[in-house]
Design a protein around this ligand. Sequence first.
Ligand code: IPE
Ligand code: IPE
Ligand code: MG
Length: 233
Amino acid sequence: MYPEHVAIIMDGNGRWAKNKGLPRISGHKAGVERLKGIVECTINYGISYLTLYAFSSENWNRPKTEINDLMHLLSLFLANDAKRFLKENIRLRVIGRRDRLKKSIVKQIEEIEINSYKNDGLNLIIALDYGGREDIRSAIINIYKEFSNNNISIESLTLKDVEKNLMTTGIPDPDLIIRTSGEYRISNFLLWQSAYSEYEFIKCNWPDFDNNIYIKVLQSYGKRDRRFGKLNE
Ligand code: IPE
Ligand code: IPE
Ligand code: MG
């Protein structure tokens, strides 16, 4: 069985470029190219949800020049590739804070989300200015408002209430989380949602993560025994 929802921490663009004596931006460009290949492969394998970690809450702490380069690449991606995705029946959604993004980028995102809303092919979710802690913090704020406005006792809060208020509302939890570049950490990715996710840590940098490696990872997922705390007969 293949996973229903794959989430990927696309890491190692900078090191990929450095190893080749290129500027970091070249690594990010190569990363976007690889992303497109992985999207196609995900569609071919009939996977319903793909979440890609593109920019974390903490990535704002990088040098301004790198942030500008990344935002420029993002804007090009939204203008060209994401528009093409619409024709492939992909539904695109962006999770993360929007108030720190440039207004023009927010406008591009909103446009694509509206235009792809009715698509029923791959659900592609881009995590942008996303942080798992930020996700939980904003859920707490929403819940506080809802509960106090409606005089609901906080004691009645359910796990479903929390899920409903996360940025991923309506999206099933990731079955498989892949991280490239040989780092063994989740760097503030889907903290709540990953409670029972399977992990796969890959040595190669993101631009070198080819479809063959991806397919092997998908196949090995099928051999795992997911117990969710129960016993398997
Ligand atoms: C991942 O590659 C892309 C982003 C975080 C935006 P990095 O830029 O983190 O590359 P490394 O980890 O420095 O090699
Ligand atoms: C995680 O990568 C975020 C993205 C891939 C977008 P980082 O490169 O920011 O993570 P750390 O700093 O190595 O933990
Ligand atoms: Mg990195």
